[in-house]
Write a protein that binds this ligand. Structure first.
Ligand SMILES: [Zn+2]
Length: 233
């Protein structure tokens, strides 16, 4: 049976070669998502171990946090965009898990990024999640949770509606509007905990800010952020 399986696998590889998820050209190294040149050239921020890093500056003063960091810098038409695109639209949830594991290992190796108690992903609206089949941020969080051996809660914060047009609102009204689109359930599970809030991409940080503000209403909650890609502003 084993040889038959190996044979089938070899045939599959011949017709559908596994490609590097960042350049979509070369074959990745064994058990990796990236080929060697992408692995070396991807724009890792290398800032997980650095307090007062770029991401922390971006959200500083908007809500209370312990630490915040992104794995990559994110530009349009870049390799990182290809990675995120496949994670979100090509039914490849395991990409999120693998990136989460990378992030988790960097937290373990860091002296300044404390290990959180629990992980909470930024939710997708129910309809969107149903269409995609999974929440990419949950998958990322799952990888981190696996490495740190802590729980991930995917349904504490849910997204209800986001249909209000925000174009005519000022910043505060917009924040309020986004905040109202999030709902917190099971407050007892997060009370007094250090929560790692995770998301795929951060641009201005409006979504993260709204979710963070909502979570921080819980008693004695501490918050940190883990993001896959930090977009150029
Ligand atoms: Zn590559």
């Amino acid at each position: 049976m084993k040889t038959l399986f190996e044979f089938a696998e070899a045939v599959l590889e011949l017709f559908f070669p596994k490609l590097c998820i960042a350049c979509l050209l070369k074959n990745p190294m064994r058990e990796d998502l990236f080929c060697l040149s992408c692995k070396l050239e991807l724009p890792y921020t290398d800032q997980i171990d650095i307090p007062e890093n770029e991401l922390e500056y971006r959200v500083y003063g908007r809500f209370q946090f312990e630490r915040a960091a992104a794995l990559f810098r994110f530009k349009k038409d870049s390799r990182v965009q290809k990675v995120i695109h496949q994670l979100k639209y090509k039914n490849r949830p395991h990409i999120g898990v693998e990136l989460g594991k990378e992030f988790g290992k960097k937290i373990l190796a860091s002296d300044s990024f404390p290990t959180p108690d629990i992980i909470i992903p930024i939710p997708l609206h129910k309809k969107k999640q149903k269409k995609r089949g999974y929440n990419q941020s949950y998958q990322f969080g799952k990888g981190i949770a696996e490495v740190l051996q802590i729980p991930i809660y995917g349904s504490i914060i849910t997204k209800i509606s986001d249909n209000n047009s925000q174009t005519k609102m000022n910043r505060l009204a917009r924040l309020e509007n986004v905040m109202n689109s999030y709902l917190i359930k099971n407050d007892s599970k997060i009370k007094g905990k250090h929560v790692l809030l995770v998301d795929d991409i951060i641009t201005t940080g409006a979504t993260i800010e709204a979710a963070a503000q909502k979570l921080l209403k819980s008693q004695d909650l501490k918050l940190s952020l883990a993001i896959i890609g930090m977009a150029e502003l």
